[in-house]
Write a protein that binds this ligand. Structure first.
Ligand code: DAK
Length: 274
């Protein structure tokens, strides 16, 4: 296991002397922590690239779940670093939005299920990061929002696409067009949050939540997640075709055969993630 290292990134364009993204291990989970308290964990482009590099490390490890956390108790992430968004050319803007989209899409379809642990603000790009995760757990202090409209901007890291798919077009339009913040109880009610957790030790709660599924085959988890996510982006008949393909793959996989044999032999399956 190669981690436990904090990765520090310095940027002359960002307030504060240094900022950090840290990759650590907690039980069977890899934890990527955003530590830039002075700017409410706002993400700049260097930090996005660091997250992408850390995904390579997580992918090469034996972790069974990936957790994203924002340190400091006030914010998961207050969005893209607004101080970086001025005076850029159209090609630079386009490249920036494609960078954020590609990192978040990689998280969405990553080989491991992911959990966003939201303690405080998850705004703009921070909300979009949480939306890209498989699961969202939040403390009573969690606040979600896509306030880009207040800046005269359209969200650029997937918010206009993932939010309507998750909570429905009507509710998403209301959040997108007012820019209002949604508190934890409401987020739970509309399906933005999966679960409320105590603020005492949010990461331990997330690790406990991961234990409810991470003993299953990672291959099966990935296939079932992808069937649901890919299927809801296309018409039903195409979704059913995706389901048929991925279900067939699962049936012919080693773990699919092992699960059936274990059931018939009345024993616990020994999955090998393949
Ligand atoms: N970026 C940079 N700094 C931020 C920040 C952000 N997103 N959010 C907060 N900060 C900084 C504040 O400037 C302040 O710094 P100092 O003044 O102390 O130096 C410090 O964090 C503490 O913030 P506040 O003093 O404002 O704290 P409050 O408790 O009073 O307010 C707040 C908390 C979260 C309500 C407030 O900070 C806030 O409204 N923050 C901005 C939230 C926001 O608008 N997020 C969305 C950002 S835009 C793209 C297209 C679009 C996008 C990106 C790319 N392309 C086409 C490339 C847009 C993405 C976004 O996410």
């Amino acid at each position: 296991m190669i981690w436990g290292y904090p990765v520090h990134i310095n940027s002359m364009r960002t307030k504060g002397s240094s900022m950090a993204i840290e990759l650590t291990r907690l039980g069977e989970c890899a934890v990527i922590t955003i530590q830039r308290k002075e700017a409410l964990n706002a993400l700049n482009y260097g930090m996005l690239r660091s997250i992408n590099q850390m995904l390579d490390d997580v992918q090469a490890s034996d972790a069974r779940c990936l957790i994203f956390y924002g340190a400091g108790g006030k914010a998961f992430c207050a969005g893209a670093d607004i101080s970086e968004l001025l005076d850029r050319t159209v090609p630079e803007e386009y490249a920036g939005t494609r960078l954020g989209q590609s990192v978040f899409s990689r998280i969405e379809s990553f080989m491991l299920p992911s959990i966003a642990v939201v303690d405080g603000y998850a705004l703009g790009g921070g909300c979009e990061l949480a939306l890209a995760c498989t699961f969202r757990l939040g403390t009573a202090n969690a606040r979600f929002g896509l306030p880009e409209v207040k800046l005269g901007l359209v969200p650029g890291y997937g918010g206009t696409q993932r939010l309507p798919r998750l909570i429905g077009v009507g509710a998403a339009l209301e959040m997108l067009m007012t820019g209002r913040f949604v508190a934890a109880e409401e987020a739970l009610r509309i399906g933005l949050l999966h679960k409320l957790i105590d603020a005492d030790d949010p990461l331990q709660h997330a690790v406990a939540f991961a234990r409810t599924f991470n003993h299953h085959s990672l291959l099966t988890l990935r296939l079932v997640r992808d069937a649901a996510l890919r299927g809801t982006a296309v018409p039903l008949h195409e979704g059913l075709s995706i389901e048929a393909d991925l279900s067939t793959v699962s049936m012919r996989s080693e773990d699919g055969q092992e699960g059936i044999q274990a059931f018939l032999a009345k024993r616990t399956p020994q999955f090998r993630d393949r």
